[in-house]
Design a protein around this ligand. Structure first.
Ligand code: TYD
Length: 221
């Protein structure tokens, strides 16, 4: 039996990690075979790329958008080859925190042309698509405040953690791109309002995941 590929997407601070953890715990309690991973950083190579990508301002050099894009796809190629495809072939449920839609939303919002994304996507994904994408939707003004609070709690200074107006504007564009993806792929993407209480969000996600797993032959009752 082929496994089931599920991704979770959304702007920073939308609660992806919490929901992914809850979903994976629920599936494990049901005795189902689950693999949980993330992008960037789901492999050893990915870990190094993640470090590069997330610390990219340290050197002070501005990266051109194609260089950045290729690093995200290098991470994805290795992740698909060594983690996602093998797990699916073994019949597992594969839950991934961020995938192709993040590239479409973030790099698209940074100005990368749709045609470049299509070409790289064809090369790396070779037609593989998630069966379900959970999109946790939230106004970035609210979600980024959550991130600021979290960063402060982790000891970051206020000046370093505050998102300025330009960043907020970027994240608004990212959110809008996610919403357009959801509109264009209504069968694949479950659009879930992420401002609701955590338990409600969890229930909404489960109401989409359970029927999918049932139809794929997994016992979830
Ligand atoms: P991460 O710490 O994983 O953020 P979060 O906890 O919100 O998921 O950082 C991942 C960052 O990388 C996030 O800002 C989104 C960005 N990203 C892209 O720009 N393109 C991509 O293809 C992916 C996978 C992530």
């Amino acid at each position: 039996m082929e496994g089931v590929f599920i991704t979770i997407e959304g702007v920073e601070g939308s609660g992806k990690s919490t929901q992914l953890l809850r979903l994976s715990q629920r599936l494990r309690r049901l005795g189902l075979p689950v693999v949980v991973s993330k992008e960037p950083g789901g492999t050893a190579l990915g870990g190094e790329l993640r470090h590069l990508l997330l610390e990219r301002h340290a050197s002070g050099e501005t990266w051109c958008s194609e260089a950045e894009l290729l690093l995200f796809y290098a991470d994805r190629a290795q992740h698909l080859e060594t983690v996602i495809r093998p797990a699916l072939a073994e019949g597992k449920i594969v839950l991934v925190d961020r995938f192709e839609d993040s590239t479409r939303a973030y790099q698209g919002a940074s100005g990368v042309a749709e045609a470049s994304l299509d070409r790289l996507s064809e090369l790396v994904l070779r037609g593989l698509k998630p069966r379900l994408t959970v999109l946790l939707d939230m106004d970035p003004e609210v979600s980024l405040q959550r991130v600021e609070v979290r960063n402060l709690a982790l000891g970051g200074g206020f000046a370093e953690t505050r998102f300025d107006e330009a960043e907020l504007d970027f994240h608004r564009r990212v959110r809008n791109r996610f919403l357009v993806i959801a509109q264009n792929h209504p069968n694949r993407v479950a659009l879930i309002p992420a401002r609701n209480p955590v338990d409600e969000v969890e229930a909404s996600i489960w109401s989409r995941v359970a029927p999918l797993l049932r139809s794929a032959g997994f016992g979830v009752d």
